[in-house]
Design a protein around this ligand. Structure first.
Ligand code: CA
Length: 283
């Protein structure tokens, strides 16, 4: 199912995160959180932007450019000029918190969560940025808000709060204005102790790919929650993964510094199963 695992020739990150394939641009974006950088790889050329604050997620914007979930809120980044524009502040009163992982649903609403810099339990929350730039808290009492994605029919939403060692799944109703999710239950358990599930992505067959921080792996779970495949990486701290490439058969994997020969490197491998296109923010 997976072949040709390759370390890509881009600068290593301290904490590489949030890979996202922009099909319109033919570009992979990712962030280096503590370095306050957004990276891009397109046609073999690497670029990066200094953004002056940590960002945990980056998504394309349907009208052009990028949107970040950064320390202080949701910001637009103009790749041509590097200009940042605040779309909506998040938790401006909590200086010890920052935004972390996130993704957009098909309607183009951007979901991203927060966490405390000191990882204080329950200090974070999950937020939804609507197309009109209004922000709503949709889940409280989160510790390290991480991977989020939807099933191919968007009737399920997968979500990881890392210290729970769980991948949770919710029923999702994309048709409502509030994008209601309900009936949360455990989809799968992963890790233990310092080994925790981090980012995730769902493929076109509904398989759920989960990065295992501290565990040196990306794992694929079938839609019924069965562990089907483990991909070993030469870096313990595997942070996230995303499908990209012209046919969405390339799985990109971000990592962070730590044990292993290649901590912080960006990897790619070929998958027989294609991914789903990343949704842009439509506001
Ligand atoms: Ca993460």
């Amino acid at each position: 199912m997976i072949s040709n695992l390759t370390q890509l020739a881009v600068p290593r990150s301290t904490l590489g995160e949030g890979p996202c394939w922009d099909a319109a641009a033919g570009a992979l974006y990712w962030t280096d959180i503590p370095a306050s950088r957004v990276h891009c790889l397109a046609d073999g050329h690497h670029r990066c932007w200094e953004i002056g604050r940590p960002a945990g997620a980056v998504v394309p914007r349907a009208g052009g450019g990028l949107v970040l979930a950064a320390r202080d809120g949701f910001l637009a980044l103009d790749p041509a000029t590097g200009t940042l524009t605040m779309l909506a502040a998040v938790e401006p009163e909590i200086t010890g918190n920052r935004m972390n992982d996130g993704a957009c649903d098909r309607t183009g609403r951007f979901f991203a969560g927060t966490m405390a810099d000191d990882e204080a339990p329950g200090a974070g929350a999950l937020y939804r940025l609507d197309r009109d730039h209004r922000v709503t808290q949709v889940m409280a009492d989160v510790s390290i808000s991480n991977g989020i994605d939807w099933s191919p029919d968007e009737r399920l939403m997968y979500y990881i709060d890392s210290p729970t060692h769980r991948i949770d799944v919710f029923d999702y109703d994309p048709g409502t204005g509030t994008a209601a999710f309900s009936n949360g239950r455990t989809f799968a358990r992963a890790g233990g102790g310092e080994v925790v599930p981090d980012g995730l992505t769902v493929d076109s067959e509904g398989g759920v790919w989960v990065a295992l921080w501290g565990g040196g792996q990306v794992r694929r779970y079938t839609p019924d929650g069965t562990l089907m495949l483990s991909v070993d990486l030469p870096a313990a701290n595997v942070t996230s993964c995303a499908f990209g490439g012209p046919s969405l058969h390339t799985l990109y994997i971000t990592t962070a510094a730590g044990p292993g020969s290649s901590g912080g490197a960006l990897f790619a491998c070929q998958s027989t199963v294609a991914g789903l296109p990343a949704n842009p923010f439509r506001g």
